[in-house]
Design a protein around this ligand. Structure first.
Ligand SMILES: [Zn+2]
Ligand SMILES: [Zn+2]
Length: 344
């Protein structure tokens, strides 16, 4: 089969690999019907993910059909149409039992697919702990509608969930890329008083204005003043940072009102500075980290009910044979690209 693989720093290549086999009784083999490219794939390409193993097939955002399931898999069977979770988790350890699946203590716990073990920018993928890693797609939900469930939509859902949003809040989201938009969709479900989205790309601001006319938008250079003007207590009640730059990290705490919750969902290329003397007395609560992706069933239910729709994010489609070209486009951010669906 064809598999897009991490060869070395700076180099991915489409190569021929054997179709994966079951390795344990809780594994499943999934025939990939649609996958996507994520910014984290670029972090691997650029050598910024030290855990990434050269040689692995990349890709951790996909949907497919179960081809084979191990004898101990209970929740899915061959023929089921499923979403694949970016995270591998056992469902039994201390962290899994508390819903902190990103820190599952299994050797492959956390983000393994397309990083430490073969992922899904390929024709087939092996999913360990298939009962946790796969969710059946409801009949009225298409593959494109379900595509982001296991990764960026899980991230947006998690960020909105842990941010303690309530009805009186002004929520500031930093970043209008795919993860920022997924965060926006999930924040809306909490029905806060106001949502402000800050983004520097005029094309992406246009995208938000078109799809979400009730959301206020601003550019980073005006963000502080804008948030001040549109909030009641000197800043946003909740800030979710989904942009991942030095500027957005600084804006995250600067634009928060005293006692706000600041959720940092972004992944940075560089360490960031937390200038505690400058924020002394602001009494902020920071929540940071990688998604605990254990809400896929709930997310699929919301998609099925028409409450979440990420299909406008799919701006381009490519066959797997042309994935090289798709990566170039995704990385260049040209032609209004948000997300690319890859069809094996
Ligand atoms: Zn990702
Ligand atoms: Zn676990």
């Amino acid at each position: 089969m064809l598999a897009y693989s991490y060869i070395e720093k700076g180099k991915f290549q489409l190569i021929e690999k054997p179709i994966p086999e079951l390795q344990g009784p809780r594994d499943a083999i999934v025939r990939v019907t649609l996958s996507s490219i994520c910014t984290s794939d670029l972090h691997i390409k650029h050598g910024n993910v030290p855990k990434a193993v050269p040689g692995i097939t990349v890709g951790h955002e996909m949907v497919g059909i179960v081809e084979k399931a191990g004898p101990e898999v209970r929740n899915v069977e061959a023929g089921d149409r499923v979403t694949v979770n970016v995270e591998t988790f056992c469902g039994e350890c201390f962290f899994c039992r508390h819903g902190f699946v990103n820190n599952c203590t299994d050797p492959n716990g956390g983000w393994a697919l397309g990083c430490r073990i073969d992922g899904g920018q390929a024709e087939y993928v092996r999913v360990p702990y298939a009962d946790q890693g796969l969710n059946r797609i409801p009949e009225n939900v298409s593959n494109e509608q379900a595509l982001f469930t296991g990764d960026i939509l899980s991230t947006g859902f998690w960020a909105a969930r842990i941010s303690e949003i309530n009805a009186e809040d002004t929520v500031l989201i930093l970043g209008g890329g795919p993860t920022g938009i997924c965060t926006l969709l999930c924040c809306r479900l909490k029905q806060p008083r106001k949502i402000i989205l800050c983004e520097k790309s005029p094309e992406r601001i246009e995208f938000v204005r078109k799809c979400h006319p009730d959301v206020l938008t601003c550019e980073p250079e005006h963000c502080r003043a804008f948030v001040h003007e549109h909030s009641e207590h000197g800043g946003a009640d909740i800030v979710i940072e989904a942009a991942g730059s030095e500027e957005s990290f600084r804006l995250a705490w600067e634009c928060a009102r005293p006692n706000a919750v600041v959720t940092v969902a972004a992944l940075y290329d560089q360490p960031q500075t937390l200038p505690l003397p400058d924020m002394y007395g602001k009494n902020l609560t920071f929540k940071t980290g990688g998604v605990d992706g254990c809400d896929c069933e709930e997310i699929l239910r919301l998609i099925s009910a028409g409450k979440i729709d990420t299909t406008p994010l799919i701006t381009h489609r490519f066959p797997l044979e042309r994935i090289e070209e798709a990566y170039r486009l995704f990385e260049s951010k040209a032609n209004g690209v948000m997300k690319i669906a890859i069809e094996p």
